[in-house]
Design a protein around this ligand. Structure first.
Ligand code: SF4
Length: 458
């Protein structure tokens, strides 16, 4: 009973967060930066911030996350971080030789008010940026927003710094996948490839944070979008952005900077959202959907049909990031489950409205909150228990205390593996989601069955 002090009674809180359902902006910025080939993320702040960002990503992906820091001490806190960043760029290009350094700011450098573009200008004048190498930055103060905002800001910075028009439109689509796992990015690329579409995905952490063990350390793994490809995004014929909060700002920036029209969709989690994704690609690229994709979809529908008795009206509580939760809620409602507690730690003005509209036909009231915390989420679960919990590793404490089946999904997952290698998006990912849901629910049925009820065939 590690959370035994959580009371059932819910009291209005305005200035106190207990067990946040979010992490800080630079973690998202660092993750997005790792989706560029040959990029070294750089944290412009103190070593403590940088250690936290790196270790959270390393623990989630079980891969060494390479990054650098401006290593602020008292001097930089008083006089600003220009000298530290100039020295850092010199050291990084000399010692680690990346193609590009992606600088994100922290609470401290933002509070000091460091002007990073001006520091880049000075570095250029002083000859600290070698020919053919790049630096770019995103502003990621963590006293506003969350890891999702940081991811969105860094992805938008890729457009702001690099995208260029080349005078004509290429028959090619940009895909901004949102904050999903490397395995999800691989699956989105596979589906797009099956449709026969030429595309650029950015950021792309496939083959970076799920790379194979070869016995040899690679500072810059094979994957990631290249800078040349980022430049070319400005001459693509269209952009498909997945997840409005994580990918929308970059897609809109590309539209206004280079006149590349965009479609902003939900993450392709579940049948309906994947249908919309495939249909948008089909229309945008003018291609036909091949039989291979129809077969995958049919298999997914077959699983839902076969197992619908186990899904029917099961109550679920979800906590995570807004883009994921919106798509997941739609998926669960579509298979007759009842997501009744839905909470995100990220503030998103549209979140609550979207969830309420997705669940309006459900025969049950819904608790929904953006900018909430795990404490409130636990209180909801205590007041109305559910059949299944879905969320990141921190939910394991609630699952244990309340004895509720639990699926790990979202960020961070610190105590299991699989998320980097097996997708949860598109039709095949949805099949895996259903497998996980059924495993959790049916294991509980088996555990709670009497000897007479304990069935071999379910
Ligand atoms: S919240 Fe701010 S101070 Fe804390 S780790 Fe993140 S960037 Fe650093």
């Amino acid at each position: 009973m590690l959370l035994r002090h959580t009371p059932k009674e819910i009291v209005e809180r305005k200035s106190l967060t207990v067990n946040p359902a979010k992490t800080c902006q630079p973690i998202g910025a660092m993750y997005a930066s790792l989706g560029i080939h040959g990029c070294l993320p750089h944290s412009h702040g103190s070593q403590g911030c940088y250690a936290y960002h790196r270790s959270t990503l390393t623990r989630h992906y079980k891969e060494p996350v390479m990054a650098a820091t401006s290593s602020f001490t008292e001097g930089a806190s008083v006089f600003g971080g220009q000298a530290n960043l100039l020295q850092a760029m010199d050291n990084i290009f000399t010692i680690y030789n990346p193609d590009v350094i992606a600088v994100h700011t922290t609470c401290l450098s933002e509070t000091i008010g460091d002007d990073v573009p001006q520091i880049f200008g000075k570095a250029k004048t002083d000859g600290k940026i070698p020919e053919g190498k790049y630096v770019f930055h995103a502003s990621t103060p963590s006293y506003v927003g969350t890891h999702v905002t940081g991811f969105a800001n860094m992805t938008k910075a890729m457009v702001d710094y690099f995208a260029k028009q080349n005078g004509h439109k290429e028959n090619r689509i940009n895909i901004i996948p949102g904050w999903v796992e490397p395995s999800d990015m691989k699956e989105i690329k596979r589906i797009t490839g099956e449709l026969g579409i030429d595309f650029i995905m950015f950021p792309d952490t496939d083959n970076v944070l799920n790379s194979p063990q070869t016995g040899k350390f690679e500072m810059y793994p094979k994957g990631g979008v290249t800078i040349d490809e980022l430049i070319s995004t400005g001459s693509s014929s269209g952009t498909v952005a997945l997840g409005g909060l994580a990918s929308g700002p970059a897609a809109k920036a590309l539209d206004s900077k280079c006149k590349v029209p965009c479609k902003i969709l939900d993450l392709p989690i579940g049948i309906k959202a994947t249908d919309r994704f495939v249909d948008t690609l089909r229309k945008m690229a003018g291609v036909n959907v091949p039989e291979s994709i129809n077969i995958e979809r049919g298999q997914l529908v077959d699983i839902v049909t076969d197992m619908q008795a186990y899904f029917y009206h099961k109550k679920v509580a979800l906590v995570g990031d807004p883009d994921q939760l919106v798509a997941l809620t739609e998926f669960l409602v579509s298979i007759d489950m009842m997501p009744i507690h839905i909470l995100t730690g990220t503030k998103d003005k549209k979140f609550e409205k979207k969830i309420l509209s997705l669940t309006e036909e459900m025969p049950h009231d819904v608790n929904v909150k953006s900018g909430g915390d795990m404490y409130l989420f636990h209180q909801w679960v205590k007041n109305e228990p559910v059949d299944l919990l879905i969320g990141n590793s921190y939910v394991k404490y609630i699952a244990r205390d309340e004895d509720i089946p639990f699926i790990r999904y979202g960020f961070p997952i610190l105590d299991r593996i699989g998320h980097s290698y097996f997708p949860m998006v598109c039709y095949r990912g949805a099949m895996r989601f259903l497998e996980k849901i059924l495993d959790a629910l049916m294991n509980r049925i088996d555990r709670d069955s009497s000897e007479i009820e304990f069935d071999l065939v379910m």
